[in-house]
Design a binder for this molecule. Sequence first.
Ligand code: 2M8
Length: 445
Amino acid sequence: HPTSHGTTLTDTALGDLAADVLRANDMGGWTKAAPLLYPHQWSWDSAFVAIGWAQVDVRRAMTEQQRLFEAQWANGMVPQIVFNPLAGPDSYFPDPARWAVEVSPDAPVGVAETSGICQPPVHAIAVARIWEVAAGTEAEADVRAEIRTLFPKLMAWHRYLAEHRDPSGSGLVTTYHPWEGIDNSPRWDAVLERLEVGDVPAYVRRDLSHVADAGQRPSNDAYDRFLWLLELLKRHRYDDAAIHRSYPFLVKDVFLTSVLVMANQALLGLADAVGATSSARAEIESWIARGRSGIASTVDTETGLAYDLDLGTGTPVEIRTFAGLCPLLDAESGDRDRALKNLDSEAFAGHPDLRWAMVPSTSPLEECFDPRNYWRGPVWPIVNWLYWRGLRDGGDLVRADALREASLDSLRHVGFAEYFHPVTGEALGSAMQSWTAAVALDWLA
Ligand code: 2M8
């Protein structure tokens, strides 16, 4: 299990260990999210992984994203998982047979199989970072050519989120499933609780054999609900219009939306790099404006936190999680000041018991806070990387540097675990998690 490297580890040694994790998980052109628990290519993992590869081999970083986008759906969706054809059927559940995405006319054919949902759109952020690293080096021309081929695919991906995932034009992206990124976050508890779970075909969980104890993963009850939702999505043939008409898990997701705003800002930068048309630029700008006002509408006047909107009840989901701080991901959000106060407060990075002043997945002040259970309390380095970027882009350099220092110190002690206990620093989940190693490489650059 993860080794504790201690404070004596130099930056160079930490970077070398991180690069070793990426190399160990490298399948040749794409990277497993983790050695055993996640033996496939995950969408937002691969974006972070590309950010890491940029520090090791910038061309390899572009290949990571090109490979992912080969499996893009005809409607523009970038799937949550691109399955590794070489991994055995027992390596991970749910497998391609359970997803059965061939029921959708939009699913790709002739490439690797995929799941039928998506994840936060970190990809343009990753490609912009790759471009920053490549510019002025001997790789510049090659990378620019690669970005040129990827640019229209990134546009189609963001358009999918802006249109198919927001048919009412609210500016907020709808999520359909906890597996769209933040699995067992308490953000989803109420809507999952309301589900009337029907017949779920029998299944065996594969995840539990790869963690030290089941308490670090979602419960069996949660898995039944996740799989029931999968059955319903399949019945709707993964059709966004049909899903928006009748489906019991429709949540306007503030975090997904904020990542999209940040990604659209990155995409504008890429538009310059590839000399995109003015209409492409105008389209991106309209997405940014819409997302920004959407997020502003979710900020609770009392707490200053952004809350998801549960479309099933029409009410905000008033749970304090990292997602509530998402105005920080937009340099021009009008809600930054209150978000900064929340960030520094006891509800988040300012809690006196935290080993490092980092953002925990769920606030230690929430009753449901569970410091060893997945998205219900532990610290996730990738989440902190996004907030570090948001602080830096917003010009808050002192806070950004402090968060980077705290994060690097945590990684020296914890290793490249999937997530860790916010108070003790115990490594949790998978060891050698690719995206954790990747953000370490970027922080060290
Ligand atoms: C976790 O989710 C997967 C399903 O996608 C799982 O629990 O099996 C989440 O942390 C998700 O955000 C992440 O992309 C994935 C791979 O690291 O693992």
